[in-house]
Ligand binder design. Structure first.
Ligand SMILES: NC(=O)c1ccc[n+]([C@@H]2O[C@H](COP(=O)([O-])OP(=O)(O)OC[C@H]3O[C@@H](n4cnc5c(N)ncnc54)[C@H](OP(=O)(O)O)[C@@H]3O)[C@@H](O)[C@H]2O)c1
Length: 335
C-alpha cells in the first residue's frame, strides 16, 4: 500500500511516498481503508519540521474510511462501517489530561496511508448522510469550532460571533454560527475571500490587512456592543484586537497562533474590566465529536473544500496551504 512518510528534520522535500505492507489487526483493533484526509495548520507545521516529530512519521490527523477487517475482540464496529478519525484517539470523554493529549499524525502515526490498524475506540461514527471526503474535513477543524461555540461558548441564536480569516476552523465556525442563528463578523486578508465569506452568510466583512485596528471597526459595526464570541486563531498579533472587539462578558476561544505565540500589546486589566472569558481549546473529546455529528446530520451544513490533491501530491497540497491559496479545507484522497 502507499504511505507518505516524513523524514527528519522535516520540510516538504522530506516527504517520501513509500510502498509498505498493510498492517495486521490485533484482537482489539479494526483495519480501516482510508478514503480521504484533509489538511490542518498543525499538519503543515509538522510537515515543515516546525513541530519536530519522529523520523519517518506518517502525517495527517484527519481521515475517514471504511472498516475492512475487525479483530476477534471488536464489538463496536462491523466490516463495511464508515468511520472518521479523532485527533486525540484516547480522549473519549471528560476533562483533558496530559496523558490523553497524544495527537495522531504528530505524536503517533497518522492517516497519510491507504490502510491503518487502530483500536476500535480510536475512531467515531461520521454523519450518515455525508460522503467520506466530506467527513474527512471534520475531526480537527469543525470539532474545534464546535467546542468553541457550543461546549465552551454556549452560543444562542441572536448572539454575535467574530471569525478570523478563511481557513478550516474559521469557515466551519462561520457555518455553524449561521446555522444556529448568530450574527457573524468575518475578517480576511483578501477582499476576494471576504466576498466568499459573504456568500456563506457572513453579515459584516473586515479586511484585517487594510484595517489593522479591526477591533475598533467591530465596535463601530455593532453599535459599540462588541461581539459575544471570538474565534481567536491569530494569536499574538490578534489577541489584543479581539479583546477590543469582544463584548462585556463576551467569550474569546483561544485556538491558534497564526500570527505568533506571544504579544507585548496585551493589557491584562482590559480582560477583567470587560469580564471577558477566555477558553484555551485543543480540539475536543469523542463525546463532543459525537454530539457534533448528531447536529450535522440534522443540518444542511456541508464543508467548503477549495482544493483536492492525491496522496502522492501531499507536498504540493502543503505548499498550496502555506501560500494561503486555499479557502476552507484542502482534501487529500488516498486512491
Ligand atoms: N487549538 C486547537 O484545537 C486547534 C485546532 C485547529 C486549528 N488550530 C489552529 O488554528 C489556526 C487555524 O488553523 P486552520 O487549520 O484553520 O488553518 P488554515 O486552514 O491553514 O487557515 C489559515 C488561514 O488563517 C488566516 N490567517 C492567517 N494569518 C492570520 C491573521 N494574522 N489573522 C487572521 N487570520 C489569519 C488566513 O486567512 P485569510 O487568507 O482569509 O486571511 C489563512 O487562510 C492555526 O493556528 C492552527 O494551529 C488549533
Amino acid at each position: 500500500m502507499r504511505q507518505m512518510q516524513l523524514t527528519k528534520p522535516g520540510g516538504l522535500n522530506n516527504l517520501k511516498l513509500v510502498d509498505v505492507e498493510p498492517p495486521r489487526v490485533k484482537a482489539d483493533e479494526i483495519l480501516i481503508k482510508v478514503v480521504a484526509s484533509s489538511l490542518n495548520y498543525h499538519d503543515l507545521m509538522v510537515a515543515l519540521g516546525q513541530i519536530p516529530t519522529e523520523d519517518r512519521r506518517v502525517l495527517l490527523g484527519d481521515a475517514s474510511g471504511e472498516v475492512v477487517e475487525t479483530g476477534s475482540d471488536v464489538s463496536r464496529w462491523q466490516v463495511g462501517d464508515k468511520v472518521m478519525s479523532a485527533c486525540f484517539p484516547r480522549w473519549i470523554e471528560g476533562r483533558p489530561t496530559k496523558a490523553l493529549m497524544s495527537f495522531i499524525g504528530d505524536h503517533e502515526d497518522g492517516y497519510a496511508t491507504e490502510y491503518i490498524a487502530l483500536p476500535e475506540t480510536a475512531v467515531t461514527r461520521m454523519p450518515g448522510n455525508w460522503s467520506l471526503v466530506e467527513a474527512a474535513t471534520l475531526p480537527c477543524a469543525c470539532l474545534t469550532a464546535w467546542r468553541a461555540l457550543v461546549d465552551e461558548g454556549d452560543l444562542k441564536a441572536g448572539e454575535s460571533v467574530l471569525v478570523q480569516g478563511s481557513g478550516g476552523v474559521s469557515v466551519f465556525a462561520l457555518q455553524l454560527a449561521k446555522s444556529m442563528g448568530a450574527h457573524v463578523v468575518a475578517t480576511s486578508s483578501s477582499d476576494e475571500k471576504l466576498e466568499r465569506l459573504r456568500d456563506l452568510g457572513a453579515d459584516e466583512l473586515i479586511n484585517y490587512r487594510s484595517t489593522p485596528e479591526w477591533g475598533r471597526e467591530v465596535l463601530a459595526r455593532t453599535g459599540k456592543a462588541g461581539v459575544d464570541h471570538v474565534i481567536e486563531v491569530g494569536g499574538g498579533g490578534t489577541f489584543s484586537q479581539s479583546v477590543t472587539a469582544a463584548s462585556f462578558g463576551g467569550h474569546i476561544a483561544l485556538i491558534g497562533v497564526l500570527s505568533g505565540p506571544s504579544a507585548s500589546d496585551i493589557v491584562l486589566p482590559r480582560i477583567f474590566m470587560k469580564q471577558v472569558r477566555t477558553s484555551g481549546i485543543a480540539m475536543a473529546n469523542h463525546q463532543s465529536q459525537n454530539a457534533m455529528v448528531d447536529y450535522l446530520e440534522k443540518s444542511d451544513l456541508r464543508p467548503v473544500i477549495s482544493d483536492t490533491f492525491d496522496l502522492a501530491d501531499l507536498a504540493k497540497a502543503f505548499q498550496h496551504q502555506k501560500d494561503n491559496k486555499h479557502f476552507g479545507k484542502i482534501s487529500i484522497t488516498m486512491s
